[in-house]
Design a binder for this molecule. Sequence first.
Ligand code: ZN
Length: 293
Amino acid sequence: MQLLRYLTPNSSSTDAAEIGVQQGDRLISLRTLIGPETGMRELIEAWEAWSNRITEFVASGPDSVPTADARILAPLADPRKVICIGLNYADHAAETGAAVPTEPVVFNKFPTAVIGPDDAVELPPISSQVDYEAELVVVIGRRAKRIAPTEAMDCVFGYTCGNDISARDWQKGRPGGQWLLGKTFDTFAPLGPAIVTRDEIADPHQLDVKLRLNGETMQDSNTRQFIFQIDFLISHLSHVFTLEPGDLLFTGTPPGVGVARKPPVFLKHGDRVEVEIGGLGVLANPVVSAGSN
Ligand code: ZN
């Protein structure tokens, strides 16, 4: 199932965001079934109770709207945690000459960084080195505390596309060697368009991951290049903190980021970045200077 959050032409504010199921090029609103107060995170938490009812509802031929008429929002606006993995592609490690890590690099973004498809990535005035990173994002579906890798995939709700926007001049070389600030400027976590439930993805470790900048392919790899696979990552993290429904896990980026290019390429006002992941669609965002939109 492909779940989206969106506004219709009649909606007045994001308070009116609907949750719907994508069927072909149309969206079926779940509002009459799940109620207007149920957000995506609540739906994920209660998925076991809802999933059969939603399947029956969708099959009953309810009203739908053309997806093209809807404004698609971030599929999940209020994650409790946005967790990110650093160097996680073998081909990226080879490209940079970095040693393959023996343990994942883990950092985070704040939920305030999340934006949806077509929302603008804002270039902060205090950075001149803003970069893109196409990433598969895992959406957690169940509470997970100290679980084994063999149980970890049961904790996955689904997948979506993410762009781990990074201010390189704040990620490295700033006080403390801490990545947080460079990774969590507002708008630095584009997400979407849909959350695709895990039953629709035969193998999350066989997905093409691409990024285009103004139409030019800059990143082109596959999740089979992961150094640390999803089951390992979930188990590993769950031994430190409890994963909860709706938590997001950015799984690292393949080769081709702007900072590694010669000469380096950084985002500028007027750019358009698109992340495309096999089976998950395209996440496209314009780039603007802060204060210009
Ligand atoms: Zn990243």
